[in-house]
Design a protein around this ligand. Sequence first.
Ligand code: XLS
Ligand code: NI
Ligand code: NI
Length: 437
Amino acid sequence: MKTNYQDIDRIHYEGRGSKNPFAFRHYDADAMVMGKSMRDHLKFAMSYWHTINAGGTDMFGSDTIDKSFGQSDPMARYKAKADFAFEFMHKLGIGYYCFHDVDVAPEGATLAESTRNLEIMTDYLLAKQKQYGIKLLWGTANMFSDRKFMTGAATSGNADVFAVAAGKIKAAIDATIKLGGDGYVFWGGREGYDTLLNTDVGLELDNLARMLRMARDYGRAQGFKGDFLIEPKPKEPTKHQYDFDVATCVSFLQKNDLMADFRMNIEANHATLAGHTFQHELRMARVLGVFGSIDANQGDLLLGWDTDQFPTNVYDTTLCMLEVLKQGGFDKGGLNFDAKTRRASNDFEDLLLAYIAGMDTFALGLKKAAAIIEDGRLDRFVAEKYASYTNGIGKKILDGQVTLESLYDYAKDLRDIDVASGRQEYLETIINSILFD
Ligand code: XLS
Ligand code: NI
Ligand code: NI
């Protein structure tokens, strides 16, 4: 199978029978699902770092695909990258993108030089956004790659590093506002530790809170109305990251009085690294009131690291979209493919095929999640499971009309309480029948 990237036209919906690899079988952007178009439900975004920059380097070998786009001069190269990026999104019908500062502009020798380059490039990106009708979903600053961040950024032991990190955040928030971004992400790649023997956890956590507070105050003062997003991840590159999972992040935000401005950017592979399912993290975010955005990918459960694979598991995307539908859809968030093609998938066509796979898997997941809701058996089962709280003593408990003493009196002579079966296997069969019958 050999096709030239340049020869591939825009990707269209051809439906379920199609065997054309460069077509959608499920993603029909204008098709309506539960009263809303698939495009609006899914809000797909392209990750700039993986798609436009990553060349397949791993611990054992160098790049397998050349993404210099024929340019050696740094600024010319970043402009060529942007040209490719927008044409690529246009081919796929993707409406949003996400970036780190260093993904879109060459780094200078100083913060001032890097910021100047970023300003030049955001002018360029803004023109591209207008030309193609594509929007920025979120921006962020890379505070993990450069060697000065080796022991953290906001949580570095070196105050100069803290200052540079703050400056980078300022410049990246400015860029995000200029490009009309709906979110600003904090992924604390190196905000954690490798050993407690050399770490003042209390100071580091307080400094992290100081940084987030300053970012919030600066962004709001500049008129940023979007979400500040924390992206939980338990480990990698550090052994232990402070933003371990949704619940950990929420307790940190609550302690530091930041709940009003921050939500979660939940990544599938980070959830599984934390020992949770993707659905668990989404459910926790929903229940705790911090559901923001999603980094759509999948991990390999046999491996202990972040493989950032394109999502192809329909079961997972179905349960994900079930949570999104129950949330009432995305507010300012979307589905960012924080995913990279495998090192050995090294043609530009593979990039298209990977996005088609991810978009179709989420489109199918959306249809199946809607089918689960329309079917109603799952919701009815859950409603019945908790029915004892809708009247009698259960209602009194929910209404706060009981005490330990009154419950003692109520319960003291109860015998043989009949708790209904959880019926897990039956419920899994319902999901299977909706997915595969
Ligand atoms: C890495 C993270 C990163 C964030 C943005 O594991 O997923 O890509 O999404 O800094
Ligand atoms: Ni991510
Ligand atoms: Ni990741």
